[in-house]
Design a protein around this ligand. Structure first.
Ligand SMILES: Cc1cc2nc3c(=O)[nH]c(=O)nc-3n(C[C@H](O)[C@H](O)[C@H](O)COP(=O)(O)O)c2cc1C
Length: 168
């Protein structure tokens, strides 16, 4: 099945580690994302240590799935300049690529929002020892799924599609 259509947020994981090869493939997909002016501002902090994953719910209120996840990827960005306005879009594209690549390999994933919430940004900064120049954007929980979810409907909701102009 097309992994873009099959992707769902998975929050229950089996107690089985991910292979390094799987993590590398997911990061390669993230690195293949488009970015404004091809700045490629991303960095990824990859964590597979259970004690480190269990620290996340202490600063992120919607991250209890990290207690069973096999890995967390903190997607970060380092702005090239003060007016690097497209940083969030670049990092969102990388994050989505990571999720879709995970689905393609049968790996469950969940996107946890961080940026632009100041308390979550600070929590991630402390957790990953980020320099002040680096912005934490999202956490991704990864692991072998212990739940299955049906894909979202394939047919686009016609009320959301506008042809040529808003009035259609
Ligand atoms: C920016 C963003 C932030 C999100 N933050 C969280 C989060 O903190 N915790 C969580 O469990 N899911 C989080 N999600 C996942 C959404 O809840 C999920 O994508 C949505 O309910 C649709 O479900 P689906 O991913 O299965 O299609 C986030 C998703 C996005 C795009």
């Amino acid at each position: 099945m097309n992994p873009i259509l099959a992707r769902r947020s998975i929050r229950r994981f089996a107690p089985r580690p991910l292979e390094e090869e799987d993590l590398s493939a997911l990061l390669a997909a993230a690195l293949a994302a488009p970015s404004a002016h091809n700045q490629r501002p991303w960095h990824f902090v990859v964590s597979t240590r259970k004690d480190r994953l269990e620290e996340i719910p202490a600063f992120h209120p919607y991250s209890s799935m990290m207690r069973t996840a096999a890995a967390a990827v903190l997607v970060c960005g380092e702005p090239a300049s003060k007016d690097d306005d497209f940083l969030p879009q670049d990092l969102a594209a990388a994050t989505e690529n990571l999720l879709v690549a995970a689905t393609a390999r049968g790996i469950g994933s969940c996107w946890l929002g961080v940026y632009p919430k100041e308390s979550l940004i600070e929590g991630c900064r402390r957790w990953a020892h980020l320099p002040q120049t680096v912005i934490p954007f999202a956490l991704v929980a990864l692991g072998w799924p212990e739940e299955t979810k049906a894909p979202h409907p394939e047919e686009p909701d016609p009320s959301r599609i506008h042809r040529e102009t808003w009035e259609r």
